[in-house]
Each structure stands twice: as C-alpha cells, then as structure tokens.
Design a protein around this ligand. Structure first.
Ligand SMILES: Nc1nc2c(c(=O)[nH]1)N[C@H]1C(S)=C(S)[C@@H](COP(=O)(O)OP(=O)(O)OC[C@H]3O[C@@H](n4cnc5c(=O)[nH]c(N)nc54)[C@H](O)[C@@H]3O)O[C@H]1N2
Ligand SMILES: Nc1nc2c(c(=O)[nH]1)N[C@H]1C(S)=C(S)[C@@H](COP(=O)(O)OP(=O)(O)OC[C@H]3O[C@@H](n4cnc5c(=O)[nH]c(N)nc54)[C@H](O)[C@@H]3O)O[C@H]1N2
Ligand code: SF4
Ligand SMILES: [Mo]
Length: 701
C-alpha cells in the first residue's frame, strides 16, 4: 500500500490561505490537515476545509462534459465527449461577429494564480472579448485604502498578538478569518482589549470585551467622530503627523463638524460610546502601547463603503500607531505580492482598440441590455468559471432572467451542478485543488504558497488552465504562451524584478510549501507610504481629480430610514447577509455535513421588530422589497439590533425551500468608489409567510 503526504494550499477566497498536508493512500486522498509548521496556519483548519475530501469525492461531482437538454435553469443535461464539448464551444464563439459580445465571468472559486486568471485571461485577451471588472467583493475598500495609504499593505497578521487594543471593525474572524482570531485570542491572553464594531452580534462580537452595534453603512461617521475626539482632546502623535501625513489642518477643520452627538445619531448608538472608543484608542496609543485595527470587507458593502475604509485608515497615523509592528490597520495584505500579471495574463494580446469592460456586479442588468452605441453589442456568449453568479450576484431575479435568455450561449466550468450551471448550454467538469498544480499569493498573510497535485483528476475533470489551453488550440491561437504547462506558468507567477524583490524558485517552493515576502516588520514606522506624496493622505488630491471629496466625509446608505424616508415607510428594516461560518460564499452549501450544521436559511430578527409582526421563533418568514422576495425561518434574537435583520449567506437557491436566497432583495447600486456592490445597503419588510409556503424539503436538511 502506498502512502504519501503532499503539500498543498487551501484555494478558497479566505484571507488565511492555509498550508495543507494531504494524506494520499493508494491514489486516494484520505485526509487534509493544516500544516503545523506554517506560521499562520499553525496546524489548524476551519471545519469546511478539514472536510475537504468530502467535497472532492462528493457523489455529485461533475465528472464529464454535459450538454443541456432541458429548459434553461431546469438542470437537465446529457453527457457528451470533451471533443464534442470543445468543438461546440469553438464553433459558437467563432460565429460571433464582434468578440466583445463574449464575456468571461469569473471570481475566486480558486485563488490560485494558475487556475484563476492565467491561461483564461490570455484566451480572452487574444479573443478580444469584453473585459470583466472584478468588483464583487473588495474594490470599494481597496480604493479607499489606497487613496489614503497607497497600497494594500498593513499590519502583518503575525504581529497582532502583541497589540494592547484591537478594534475588529466590520469583520467576523471566527467565521471568516480564523487564524487572525487565533492571534487576537493570544493578544487577549496577554492583556489586550478586543472591541467589535458590527451591527450584528456575530460569533466574534459575542466573544469580544465590547461590542458597538452601529447601523449598517455608518462606519465612516463613527471614524469621523473618533477623529473629532482625538483632535479635540489632543490624543495625537504630533511628531508622526508632522513628518508622515498630508493635510492635517484641513482634516482638523473637517472633523470639527463631527462631534460625538451628531455621529451617535447617524450611527444609532450613544454619544458616550463614540467618546469612550476614541479615548481608549488615543490613550492606549499615548501610553506607548500598540493599537491595531482589523477591518474587513463587511465595512464596505454600502454606498459609502470606500469612504468608510478611508476614514478608518486615517486613524492609525493620527495616534502614531504605525510606529509599532503590532499597531496600524489591516484590510488586505495582497499588495505585498508582486504578481507577474503581464506574464500570467498577457494583456498585450488584446486588440489595439481595447475592448469594453463589463462590471460583474451589474451582470443582471447587463445581460438584459440591448445593443447600443453606448453599451456596444448585446452579450451573446458567457463563459463562467470560479464563480456562481446566479446565487451570489445582487438582484438575483434580474440575474436569473438574464441567464434564462434563450439566445445567450453559456458555458460553465464547475465542480458541481450549481444554480449557475443549471443555466449552461455546456458544462465542463473542473478539477479541485487536490487534482491540479497551482501557486498562490494571499491577502491575510505574507507567504507565497505552492500547491502540488495530490491525486489524479477524478473522472474526466480537467484543470481550468488545461480547458482554456484546449480551447485556444480549437480557436487556432498559435502564440507559444498557449502551450505553456501549469508548472511553467507557476514558475513565472511573481515578478522577481520588482523592487520588493520576490526571489523565489518554483521547484524549491513546491518542496517547502511556502516562502515569506521580505518586508519591514512595521511597514510605515518611518512613513514611506506608497502614495504620491509618500505620506498618509488625510487630504487626497487624487480623490479630488476622481470627482470625490478629497477629505474624509460621510456618505449615507442608499437605503436607510435617515436617507430615504419614503422607502423606509414601506420597507422599514435594514438587511445584511454576511457569510455563514460553514459556507464559503456559495461554496460548501452542498456538502451535507456542513449544510446540516447551518440547518436551513434563517433570518435573525430582534424581539422589538418581531412582536409587532406577530413573528415567533421558528415561523417561516417572507422577506421582500420592490426587487423580490425570499423565505427564511425566524430566529427571534437580540443578536440583530433593533431595525436590522440578518440572513447568513450565501445559500444555493435550489437547496432552499422556495428556490431563492438573500440576493433576491439586494440591489445593483454601486459604491462611492471601486464600482462595487452594496450587498449590505438594503431595506426590506418582513412578514410571516402564508400557509402555503413550502418548508425546506426534509431530504435537504
Ligand atoms: N466561513 C466563511 N469565511 C469566509 C467567507 C465565507 O463566505 N464564509 N467569505 C470570504 C470572503 S469572499 C470574504 S470577502 C471575507 C468576508 O468576511 P468579512 O470581511 O469578515 O466580511 P463580512 O463577512 O462581509 O462581514 C463581517 C461582519 O461585518 C458585519 N457588517 C455588515 N455590515 C456592516 C457595516 O455596515 N458596518 C460594520 N462595521 N460591520 C458590518 C457583518 O455583520 C459581519 O459580522 O471572508 C472570507 N471568508
Ligand atoms: N448576499 C450576499 N451575496 C454575496 C456576499 C455576501 O456577503 N452576501 N459576498 C460576496 C462576496 S464577498 C464574494 S467574494 C462573492 C463570491 O462569489 P463567487 O466567487 O462566485 O464564490 P462562490 O459562490 O464560492 O463560487 C465559486 C464557485 O467556483 C467553483 N470553483 C472552485 N474552484 C474551482 C476551480 O478550480 N475551477 C472551476 N471551474 N470552478 C471552481 C466552486 O465550485 C463554486 O461554485 O459573493 C458575493 N455575494
Ligand atoms: S477556508 Fe480559510 S481558514 Fe479554512 S482552510 Fe481555507 S484558508 Fe484556512
Ligand atoms: Mo469576498
């Protein structure tokens, strides 16, 4: 009997990018463990990925190409050969006169640089297809952060255990950033105070020393209020401000307009909470100890999401928190990696006239748009990989309507027959991380990571890169880059000529598993912000040039009682739909043991909001607004603050009793920066579902 242990990497869209050890016996992966030697993984995996073999060997894995025989969305398919599948696709694509009518749709099903955007990007560039603006998750916050600090660089996760105060701001690390939470726990053991800032008493908020339950989309105001107090009470690091920041005088004038009472009213909290938070932050820093902020994407899924992150990112410079390796702020660390995009993606293959860009967050509207001078050609073909848009994109009714278009040719590369795959004309079976090679950057730590293939592909599944390589052949693309192997692509993934030199050797990385990017421990202790001025920009001229307020301000949600009273009369409750712990976006929803833990779609509602609606624990509810409706079971709980309902997500529609999920009611309105979606900027009404409503079928629970 053969037995081996293979070094691999968790491919999922999670900041932790864990190092895995896969045990293989006689060609079968029998267990997946966290590598105890990898410094951030520390031998620990989340529940989802410790069950990875359950996902890989799932009875429902797609193992051969399929052609649709039923109606779009119905899910009826027959098996076909790879040759038939690839020939059909190539013939359809060749028949499209303007290649801009072809759209790739992909996100982060795998974060791998090879099976993500390498061969696929080359293929679509050469084809001259529409480009996709990949905004669905992080671009609002990333923009606000970059205007202020210059790049997605911040406090290293490996330093947080030494902080004295940690603000966990719009982040639920117990669910979505477990290895950060392990560091925060260590900091607590060493005497740190943990404060959660979140409208919902999340798993994390429940375990912090304090929880500030503000209204969704109001964080920018809270940060302005903190700055007001820090300046008014002179809890500042004047030396750091003078040397390493830009625009302090203008900032001072601006935040003067934001006293705690005004902020408290906007945020739906007490003025005293604003005051206390600012004082604790400023005084802890003043005492020479490290104050750290872990902000995450939950904070930027509302109209003013970019500004919220910008305002939060201003705080550390005011108090000189960057002087400590354990102080500062972390949103994403992706900027430490010099990804070799020019080589991986080959944008030089694009036609001279750059093709148009389609925003993935408005795919619902865009699939339904006719040809026009402004829009260009109608979308005629859609190739989806690493994503499940019918479940995860906002205003889902519109998205499904678009996918249902009979004249649209849709190809889906997948592991499973997802809500999206049900609308495909051709489904192609893709390999999982255990079956292919890849190389990864991360966004919650600073290690380059290598993934070795642990087992042979199951059935006829093929890696994404291989599928696009074969398609390129069918299309007659002759550039040598279309022949490169996955290993050859991986070996070029990082740009070793960049100043932040990433000298790595693919063969060595495969053996060792990981390698840390060498960066200063306290990246901004001496300033050196990668902004045009080299400073933390309280005043940002680039924002002015981009039509934005150059100073921190507050942008109200599109949908809130304060900003849209007429709408709030009909739909009085704010709704957020953050990740459920046992799912990863819509991945893992079909893994029986994980779905069993989540149970069925729930809606958390405060007793004050449940009572007038005669809603009791366990009632089936209908949640609705002008965009649509979905059903979920009531959990009457004060975890949701009054005026807020929470539906943990993202459910597969077809595994919910009514065939719908929370994105029925979310909107396609975009954020202030980064053209990102506003998933947590939604007003709804809630009522008991009528007697005829279907419960979740027993076999699905
Ligand atoms: N288990 C699990 N882990 C995941 C994911 C998953 O689906 N499941 N998804 C992965 C991905 S793609 C991402 S982007 C990250 C997302 O993970 P996070 O960045 O942590 O973001 P969210 O989970 O969207 O929201 C985190 C918290 O923000 C709160 N929140 C919502 N609106 C607001 C607001 O306006 N202000 C504030 N202060 N808080 C708010 C929510 O209640 C939630 O508790 O996690 C990754 N990790
Ligand atoms: N209501 C609501 N909606 C949300 C969010 C929310 O908090 N609330 N979160 C948003 C966020 S932050 C994000 S990032 C998006 C995520 O949206 P997506 O990136 O679409 O993530 P998933 O839903 O996990 O879908 C990824 C799909 O890729 C497939 N896949 C994985 N690996 C491979 C591979 O190697 N090859 C191929 N071909 N397929 C693969 C998986 O099987 C899975 O079906 O959702 C967004 N939608
Ligand atoms: S999903 Fe996140 S925590 Fe879980 S194994 Fe993957 S990287 Fe680690
Ligand atoms: Mo995300």
């Amino acid at each position: 009997m053969s037995h081996s242990v293979i070094r691999a990497v968790c491919p999922h869209d999670c900041p932790d990018t864990c190092a895995l050890l896969v045990t293989v016996e006689d060609g079968v992966a029998t267990s997946v463990r966290g590598d105890p030697q990898h410094p951030t993984t520390a031998g620990v995996l989340c529940t989802k990925v410790s069950r990875y073999t359950e996902r890989t060997y799932h009875a429902d894995r797609l193992l051969q190409p399929l052609r649709r025989v039923g109606k779009k969305g119905e899910g009826k398919f027959v098996a076909i050969s790879w040759d038939e599948a690839l020939d059909t696709i190539a013939a359809r694509l060749k028949g499209i006169a303007d290649p801009q009518a072809i759209l790739p749709y992909s996100y982060a099903g795998t974060m791998g640089l090879v099976q993500g955007e390498s061969m696929s990007a080359r293929f679509f560039h050469k084809l001259g297809a529409s480009r996709l603006d990949r905004t669905i998750c992080a671009t609002a916050g990333a923009a606000g952060y970059k205007y202020t600090l210059g790049a997605s660089i911040g406090t290293d996760i490996e330093q947080f255990q030494d902080a004295r105060l940690i603000l966990i701001w719009g982040s639920n690390p117990i669910a979505s950033n477990l290895h950060f939470w392990m560091r925060a726990q260590e900091a607590r053991r060493r005497g740190a105070t943990l404060i959660a800032i979140d409208p919902y008493r999340s798993l994390t908020a429940e375990k912090c020393h304090q929880h500030i339950a503000l209204l969704p989309g109001t964080d920018a105001a809270l940060a302005l209020g903190m700055m007001h107090v820090l300046i008014a009470e002179d809890l500042l690091d004047h030396d750091y401000i003078a040397r390493h920041t830009l625009g302090f005088e203008q900032l001072k004038q601006r935040v003067h307009e934001w006293p705690p009472a005004r902020v408290a009213e906007i945020c739906g909290i007490e003025a005293e909470q604003v005051l206390q938070l600012a004082r604790l932050y400023g005084q802890t820093a003043r005492s020479g100890q490290a104050v750290a902020i872990r902000t995450n994407y939950g904070v930027q899924r509302a109209h003013g999401g970019g500004m919220a992150v910008r305002n939060i990112a201003c705080l550390p410079a005011l108090v000189g928190a960057w002087r400590h390796a354990a102080g500062g702020v972390q949103l994403s660390l992706s900027g430490v990696f010099a990804k070799n995009s020019a080589v991986l993606e080959r944008p030089d293959l694009m036609p001279a006239k750059t093709p148009r860009t389609i925003n993935m967050s408005t795919i619902g509207d865009d699939l339904l748009r006719p040809a026009s001078d402004e829009f260009g050609p109608k979308i005629e073909a859609l190739i989806v990989y690493n994503s499940n848009p019918v479940a995860i994109a906002p205003h889902s009714g519109r998205v499904a309507q678009g996918f249902a278009r009979e004249d649209l040719f849709t190809v889906v590369l997948e592991h499973f027959q997802t809500d999206t795959a049900d609308y495909a004309d051709i489904v192609l079976p893709a390999t999982t991380q255990l079956e292919h090679v890849d190389i990864h950057a991360a966004y919650g730590h600073q290690y380059m990571m290598a993934n070795n293939a642990a087992i042979a592909p199951l059935g006829q599944a093929r890696p994404n890169a291989e599928i696009f390589r074969l398609l390129a052949q069918r299309m007659g693309f002759s550039e040598p880059c279309f022949q490169e192997s996955d290993e050859q692509i991986a070996a070029q993934a990082f740009d070793t000529t960049q100043p932040r030199a990433m000298h790595f050797d693919w063969e060595a990385l495969k053996q060792k598993g990981w390698q840390k990017v060498a960066l200063a421990e306290a990246p901004f202790a001496q300033g050196d912000f990668p902004t045009p001025s080299g400073k933390c920009e309280f005043y940002c001229a680039r924002m002015l040039a981009d039509g934005l307020d150059p100073l921190p301000t507050y942008i109200a949600p599109y949908e809130s009682a304060a900003s849209n009273t007429a709408l709030a009369q009909r739909y009085p409750l704010a709704m957020i739909s953050p990740p459920a712990r046992n799912f990863l976006n819509s991945s893992f929803v079909n893994v029986q043991s994980l779905r069993a833990t989540e149970g069925e779609p729930h809606l958390d509602i405060h007793p004050h909001d449940a009572a007038p609606r005669a809603i009791a624990q366990g009632d089936m509810l209908r949640i609705f607004n002008d965009r649509g409706s979905f059903e979920a079971k009531a959990r009457v709980t004060d975890k949701a603050r009054p005026g807020l309902v929470v539906g943990l997500s993202v459910w597969w529609k077809k595994l919910a009793g009514d065939g719908k999920n929370a994105n029925e009611v979310t909107s396609q309105q975009l954020t202030d920066m980064g053209r990102a979606p506003t998933f947590y900027d939604v007003l709804v009404q809630v009522e008991k579902a009528t007697a005829g409503a279907k419960a979740v079928p027993a076999h699905l629970i």
